[in-house]
Design a protein around this ligand. Structure first.
Ligand SMILES: [Zn+2]
Ligand SMILES: [Zn+2]
Length: 299
């Protein structure tokens, strides 16, 4: 039975008198996204060679992996097991990628799977159009009141709850470090540019991958497999595969569907950092399954 107590509705809904503060906090968090974007306008005034830009793409890839492996495949779908220490590092990486706190991210994403392309989906392009699904939904006031009852498994870890409340702090410290070591150019190229690249790629999973691409599986929603989004998001673009078997740590089911996140998870499993990696049986990945949901096998 689901927990519908006030506390289960998240920090904002649990304290009605602090809703003003929550609104300010939400506005500030969205302002962060705008500031990172506007900071790029100062690039023409910086004297830079091509190397800092290549480094920026490398940093963006690192941030992206913390979201795809950490926030998405581990926290939201429990696709593998790991230690409490590595779990904290994954959550910290998601905060550095300014994708908000782990509880908020996971609650929102689980609601997406529960109500995919139906009215209660937080970011469906089928319901709200492309730009709503891409970024507009982040500015909707109801994103303040995400149902935290769906993240009870995460709320039992105090460090995750605190990180969820203070999710902006790691990023601010990182930006400060960039400034102290490399000046303003370090903030723009070392942090803001990677964030903008990575955020746009992440947004594309919500918008593009429910509109453009192929459908291997006749899932109830309009999810699609999209090669370009998969390349930009380390395998998240195989979104139709993902909706077909959400528990799977592997999103690229065919040999030609490159899935960097899964390959990194395999390496982490080899060195013992993660374990019980869930992958669907072959007949589920090939679409020859008898039912849509099959027990996963751990590899
Ligand atoms: Zn989806
Ligand atoms: Zn998912």
């Amino acid at each position: 039975m689901e927990d519908h107590s006030a506390d289960a509705l998240g920090p904002c809904a649990a304290r009605p008198r602090s809703q003003g503060w929550c609104a300010i906090r939400n506005a500030l968090s969205n302002l962060t996204f705008l500031v990172t974007l506007l900071a790029l306008l100062t690039i023409p005034f910086l004297e830079l060679s091509v190397w800092p830009f290549l480094v920026a793409f490398g940093v963006a890839y690192g941030f992206g992996l913390s979201v795809t492996i950490g926030y998405h495949r581990y926290f939201a779908h429990r696709s593998f097991g790991t230690s409490r220490a590595f779990q904290f590092l994954l959550a910290l990486g998601g905060c550095l990628a300014i994708q908000k706190g782990p509880l908020w991210w996971v609650a929102t994403h689980r609601l997406h799977h529960r109500h995919s392309d139906r009215p209660d989906d937080p970011h469906s392009p089928v319901q709200g159009g492309f730009w709503h699904a891409h970024v507009g939904w982040m500015f909707a006031s109801d994103t303040l009141f995400v149902d935290y009852a769906v993240v009870k498994d995460l709320r039992k870890y105090p460090e995750l709850v605190w990180l969820d409340r203070l999710w902006l702090v790691p990023g601010m410290l990182f930006a400060g470090l960039c400034y102290l070591t490399m000046g303003w150019a370090g903030v723009v190229i070392g942090y803001c540019m990677p964030l903008v690249i990575m955020l746009q790629a992440t947004y594309a999973v919500n918008s593009v991958c429910h509109l453009f691409g192929s459908r291997r599986f006749e899932t109830p929603e309009q999810s699609r497999n999209n090669l370009w989004v998969a390349l930009l998001t380390h395998g998240e673009g195989w979104h139709n595969n993902h909706h077909h078997a959400p528990y799977s740590a592997r999103h690229g089911f065919a040999w030609y569907e490159f899935d960097l996140s899964y390959q990194v998870i395999r390496v982490l499993a080899l060195v013992g950092v993660v374990w019980n990696v869930k992958v669907p049986p072959k007949h589920v990945m090939s679409g020859e399954e008898r039912t849509a949901v099959e027990a996963p096998v751990a590899v």
